[in-house]
Ligand binder design. Structure first.
Ligand code: HEC
Length: 172
């Protein structure tokens, strides 16, 4: 059965839209490759001295084999570990120091990964290097507006209410 003119028009329109969308996506990907995901917005409050000394240790110990830091990590490794970006909003310096000093880090943060992918113990490092690491990682703070956004979204998901309603005097 032959297509009616109206039907041909509709199919032509769909074809144009679908092709157009494909081309648009292709261009979009060239301009903004997926690997450029900006991740969590964060900043560091550390001094240059602390940053430089800690970065040396981070390079030497290959933390980036497993962790993203400043949105950079070793792409040859695919360990599913948490990014260090913004970690200072999650843990205090003391917590980090104790974690790096633990002979069994999995007694603090349990792991379901294969042993070779798990967080290593840095108990063997000199105390001042563990302190530097803790100080620097603790200085990586998630930007305030982002934390607020996350809290707001979580609140709305959990309660079904907008956070804007909070603190308003009740109508009763
Ligand atoms: C072999 C991979 C590997 C290396 C190397 C490694 N980590 Fe980890 N790290 C992990 C994994 C995986 C976790 C999550 C806990 C686990 O599975 O043991 C983790 C957890 C952490 C945490 C706690 C995150 C949380 O969930 O609270 C911090 C902080 C951390 N690592 C910092 C570092 C630093 C700093 C270095 C370098 C000195 C480093 N890691 C090196 C794999 C690694």
């Amino acid at each position: 059965m032959a297509l009616r003119r109206g039907e041909i028009g509709i199919y032509a329109l769909i074809a144009v839209v679908v092709t157009g969308f494909g081309i648009y996506n292709f261009i979009e990907l060239q301009l903004h490759p997926l690997s450029e995901d900006p991740g969590v917005p964060f900043y560091s409050t550390a001094s240059h001295e602390v940053e430089r000394a800690a970065t040396d240790i981070i390079h030497r110990e290959n933390c980036r084999d497993c962790h993203t830091l400043w949105a950079v990590r070793n792409v040859m490794q695919a360990v599913p570990s948490p990014p260090l970006d913004g970690m200072g909003s999650l843990h205090s310096e003391q917590w980090l120091y104790d974690y790096f000093s633990a002979s069994d880090p999995q007694s603090i943060v349990p792991s379901r990964l294969k042993p070779k992918y798990r967080m290593k113990s840095y108990a063997g490092l000199p105390a001042h290097q563990r302190r530097l690491l803790a100080q620097y990682i603790a200085s990586l703070k998630v930007k305030d507006w982002y934390l607020q956004e996350v809290k707001k979204t979580e609140y709305e998901k959990l309660t079904g209410h907008s956070m804007v309603d909070m603190g308003k005097p009740s109508s009763r």
